[in-house]
Design a protein around this ligand. Structure first.
Ligand code: C5P
Length: 287
């Protein structure tokens, strides 16, 4: 289908949890979290065109595993924004799904956040960033941090977001093709670090960032590995590449990332991993 030249285009970058500590379960059933989040160069793409009613068209590598029904987070976000801003305009949304789904890199949340940003522009709404945050927080824990999509310190259930500076680094993302439901991973959690970390110090170089990250963990890695043991294989593969500085799982998995000392090292590792594991989704990127 052709997209009109005046369509609004929005990029929905993959969200990477450089670390993720889990605290107690709160009264609302969600766990308290602390996480340092960055956004990758890899992501989904969305376009928004004025239309009658709100509809969604899916395209791209991972479009087949999603359905464009009313449960889709992009549509839920669109409807919530229309209702909160009393907007009666419609939109035809096209989502090019480049990121694996249910994979710990916020694909659905990034898309929902992009939907809020894109429609606010398309419909020319006078809505604050705070209102977009508020709508996003109702729909999913990872959506608020994806509204601005800048490096952030995330707390609460995910609704408290503080922008921070994080040195950019070359990165490889690997997903082994298993969908790991977030709720199931939280339910299998046994050991957790708690949420007592202060805000991160100012870090000016990648080695400083790595030293800091080595004092942290992803608490969801152990339960996710129990549910999907292939995650252990992905982490071992990433950790043994030349030039790798850190290999870790993002979010509730199964996507893992590694940080590299150079773009060349990341590109080489991605090419090698891809060749050896043709069923895995592999992306060399930066964050
Ligand atoms: O908010 P979201 O829909 O992403 O959460 C999916 C599931 O993950 C929740 O139903 C809950 O079981 C778990 N979760 C949690 N604590 C959080 C975020 C998610 O327990 N802070």
């Amino acid at each position: 289908m052709t997209i009109t030249p005046d369509a609004v285009r929005v990029f929905a970058p993959a969200k990477i949890n450089l670390f993720l500590h889990v605290g107690d379960k709160r009264a609302d059933g969600f766990h308290a979290l602390q996480s340092l989040v960055v956004f990758a160069g890899a992501g989904d793409e969305l376009t928004f065109e004025l239309a009658d009613g709100i509809s969604l068209v899916l395209e791209g590598l991972f479009a087949g595993v999603l359905s464009a029904d009313t449960d889709n987070l992009v549509l839920k976000a669109a409807r919530a924004l229309a209702s909160r801003s009393a907007c009666e305009q419609g939109a035809r949304i096209t989502l090019t799904k480049n990121l694996p789904v249910a994979s710990g890199i916020g694909g659905g949340s990034a898309d929902a956040a992009a939907s809020l940003r894109g429609l606010a522009r398309l419909w020319d709404l006078d809505v604050s960033q705070d209102l977009l945050h508020e709508i996003g927080a109702i729909l999913g824990s990872d959506i608020p941090v994806c509204i601005a999509s800048v490096p952030a310190w995330m707390e609460g259930r995910g609704e408290t977001v503080t922008a921070v500076n994080v040195p950019g680094a070359a990165m490889v993302l690997v997903n082994p093709g298993v969908a790991v439901p977030t709720g199931k991973v939280f339910a299998a959690l046994k050991e957790r670090r708690g949420v007592g970390m202060p805000l991160p110090p100012i870090m000016k170089s990648v080695p400083e960032l790595i030293a800091y990250l080595k004092t942290t963990t992803n608490d969801l890695e152990a339960p996710a590995r129990e549910i999907a043991p292939v995650i252990g294989e992905v982490l071992d593969t990433l950790a043994t590449q030349q030039g790798v500085m850190l290999a870790r799982m993002s979010g509730s998995g199964a996507t893992c990332f590694s940080l590299f000392e150079s773009d060349a090292a990341a590109n080489n590792a991605a090419a090698k991993i891809s060749k050896q594991n043709p069923g895995w989704w592999v992306a060399a990127t930066a964050a």
